[in-house]
Write a protein that binds this ligand. Structure first.
Ligand code: NAD
Length: 420
């Protein structure tokens, strides 16, 4: 496969993975980030994020804070943040200034490849502002915790552009992956990214409503979703209830899709309902804790939390539903100790939770233990030992991870979200 000179803007989950994997595919990659300490660490071969397989690839690209090193790039992949702004719309100020910084540097003809998740119409707007540069929308679908595997074995590569030659050249960069390539216009590519994330959010909110219904009806949401998942039209993925969906993408992307739908005169009621269900979910978990702990309320009550990240397999705490639950409980006066395999002890990032590096410290004196992230290692904890340290016997399992029979044999009462 021919090697190309590629620039990558941003060295976060998407940018660093893109840079490292494109280098692995044989391209000559320069990755620019404005975060000097991150660039210094990357130059020393340190990986700032916990992603399986990334350490082996991180020496592939060059890392710099100097945009001028992109002068000879044939393609620049833009992978900078597009966070949620006021009112739910994507805040593009950082994205726009990142792209503007390339203006004095890039030679005419360099393809601008937009990997950041950006609102419908952004690629068209860029194409108008950069008449000498082809623009390609190439949304990224990788999952945190599986970033390298997902990049190297994608379900699809989406290439959205009105410039046929640039689209073909960009698609060819991925040729080594053997993945299906979907060629679209720019708006379809941008919308496909939002449509996928918002669909996952809808599905998860639906399952959380089902789990509430199961509890009221004396049914078992695990049985219900097993039946649903065996229907080939539905499939088994993303049918697990939990404390809510979060992370750095689903909330902001669902909010932005609802906003753009409303702006385009399309009723966003379905999306808004999914968001409303999700906003209620931490409160539902807090209700369960209160039911278990008793009528005295939570003031001064010690609770142990297992899992703080937004999902297992990542150290990312952004918009973590586990922390949303923690804040609810703390607001009622609960004293929270938390253990997460990806969060260091005493981490200030998880306040009001006191993070510890030993699960037995979570159990010590706890009126209840609440499982908030689906780390598989929690199933292998010494539950008999934890039972001996805890004050109460309840384990509220919002991820339905644990075996209630096993916990019962250790003297604990497991309360899975969604009944059993
Ligand atoms: P991130 O916060 O992990 O990383 C962004 C990086 O960009 C940081 O290192 C930051 O220092 C750098 N940066 C910020 N401004 C810059 C600038 N002007 N020039 C150069 N570097 C700059 O972000 P992320 O999670 O990789 O997300 C990036 C984009 O990809 C977002 O639009 C996001 O929605 C999208 N996305 C994220 C994921 C995911 O799982 N994280 C998946 C698919 C798509």
């Amino acid at each position: 496969m021919p090697s190309h000179a590629i620039g990558v803007l941003g060295a976060g989950y998407v940018g660093l993975t893109t840079a490292a994997c494109l280098a692995r595919l044989g391209h000559s990659v320069t990755c620019v980030d404005i975060d000097e300490s991150k660039v210094a660490r990357l130059r020393r071969g340190e990986v700032p994020i916990a992603e399986p397989g990334l350490a082996e690839l991180v020496s592939g690209p060059r890392y710099t804070t100097d945009h001028r090193e992109l002068a000879s790039a044939e393609f620049v992949f833009v992978c900078v943040p597009t966070p949620m702004g006021e009112g739910g719309q994507a805040d593009l100020s950082g994205f726009d200034s990142a792209v503007d910084a390339l203006r004095p540097v890039l030679r005419p003809g360099t393809v601008l490849v937009v990997k950041s998740t950006v609102p419908i119409g952004t690629a068209d707007r860029l194409a108008r502002a950069w008449p000498d540069h082809p623009v390609v929308s190439n949304p990224e679908f990788l999952r945190e915790g599986h970033a390298v595997g997902d990049f190297l074995h994608p379900g699809r590569v989406v290439i959205g552009s009105d410039d046929g030659a640039a689209a073909r050249r960009t698609a060819a960069l991925y040729a080594g992956l053997g993945a299906p390539v979907v060629r679209t216009g720019p708006a379809s590519a941008e919308l496909a990214k939002y449509a996928s994330n918002a669909y996952l959010a809808l599905r998860l909110s639906y399952v959380n409503v089902l789990s509430e219904l199961c509890e009221q009806a004396g049914a078992d949401v695990g049985a219900v979703t097993r039946v649903m998942g065996l229907d080939a039209r539905i499939g088994p993925a993303c049918l697990d209830p939990g404390p809510g969906w979060g992370g750095s993408c689903l909330p902001k992307d669902t909010a932005e899709l609802a906003r753009s739908a409303a702006e385009l005169g399309v009723d966003p009621a379905l999306l808004r309902a999914a968001v409303a269900v999700n906003e209620r979910q931490p409160g539902r978990v807090a209700d369960k804790v209160r039911e278990v702990v008793g009528a005295g309320g939570l003031d001064g009550v010690r609770l142990g939390l297992l899992g703080l990240t937004f999902k297992a397999g990542t150290s990312d705490l952004r918009d973590s539903p586990a922390l949303a639950v923690a804040r609810r409980l703390a607001a009622e006066g609960a004293v929270l100790t938390g253990y997460d395999p990806a969060v260091p002890a005493a981490s200030p990032q998880v306040a009001p939770v006191q993070a510890v590096d030993d699960p037995s410290l979570v159990a010590k004196g706890a009126a209840a233990i609440v499982v908030l992230t689906e780390w598989p290692e929690f199933t292998a904890l010494d539950w008999a030992q934890l039972a001996g340290l805890a004050e109460g016997d309840a384990v509220i399992d919002t991820r339905r991870l644990l075996d209630p029979v096993k916990l019962r044999s250790c003297g604990l009462t497991c309360l899975p979200l969604g009944g059993r």
